[in-house]
Design a protein around this ligand. Structure first.
Ligand code: CA
Length: 229
């Protein structure tokens, strides 16, 4: 979902922006004050872009932008500035905005700017973290926490997924049962090592061609398990 925060205190402008975003496939979230915007950002960590009006009844749009950046968020920020606020452009970019639009603006102009920033935000997140791990017929999407074998979705528990993730990141490496336990359950986990074996057995039933003769998750006798050859 392409969530866009629309912070604008003038209802007319806000609904104009909201309608045009919806038409272009975005999911607008509306705020009319700076504080309300900050609350909504906290509630929706997946907001991709924030459109920030500068002149607001409480804290101004620059301050909202500053707070967004201070929180470490990588969301795109576009300032909505009035024609008379020439300085706003510079100040906006200085506080960490990606772009600005001068009022009044056309729907085409608005969407063109939003699309451009959205593309940048998307690319940024994709290059900064590896989201797909592949091995043989398996494709794992780390962000969505899904695993497919030959394009077929496998239903894994969060624990099974965590084990698979560990395997996919350590292809061909023998992992001791202790390694697996610490990595998946955490160092403070005090249960038995057997829980690793139980999960491996269940995982094999889900992902092996023949769970009796596993070829992907192989046993390393007296030690642990290995993913791949
Ligand atoms: Ca305003």
């Amino acid at each position: 979902m392409k969530k866009v925060l629309v912070l604008e205190d003038e209802p007319g402008i806000r609904s104009f922006v909201v309608i045009n975003l919806k038409r272009s496939g975005y999911y607008p979230i509306e705020a009319e004050s700076g504080e309300e915007a900050m609350d909504l950002i906290a509630k929706h960590p997946d907001i991709a872009i924030a459109l920030l009006d500068v002149m607001l009844p409480d804290i101004d749009g620059f301050e909202v932008c500053r707070r967004i950046r201070a929180s470490g968020s990588r969301m795109g920020v576009i300032m909505l500035t009035a024609m008379s606020q020439e300085m706003d452009k510079l100040t906006g970019l200085m506080t960490g905005a990606d772009d600005y639009i001068t009022k009044p603006f056309s729907p085409a102009e608005l969407i063109a700017r939003v699309d451009a920033v959205f593309r940048r935000v998307e690319n940024k997140t994709e290059t900064e973290e590896e989201t797909e791990l592949c091995y043989g017929p398996f494709t794992m999407n780390v962000r969505n926490r899904t695993l497919e074998k030959n394009g077929q979705r496998k239903r894994l528990t969060q624990t099974e997924f965590a084990i698979m993730n560990l395997f996919m990141e350590n292809v061909g490496k023998a992992l001791s049962r202790d390694d697996i336990l610490v990595s998946v359950w955490g160092a403070e986990y005090t249960g038995e090592l057997k829980i690793v074996d139980v999960n491996i057995r269940r995982l094999r039933m889900k992902i092996e061609d023949d769970p009796t003769y596993p070829t992907y998750i192989t046993t390393v006798w007296g030690y642990g398990y290995k993913w791949g050859s």
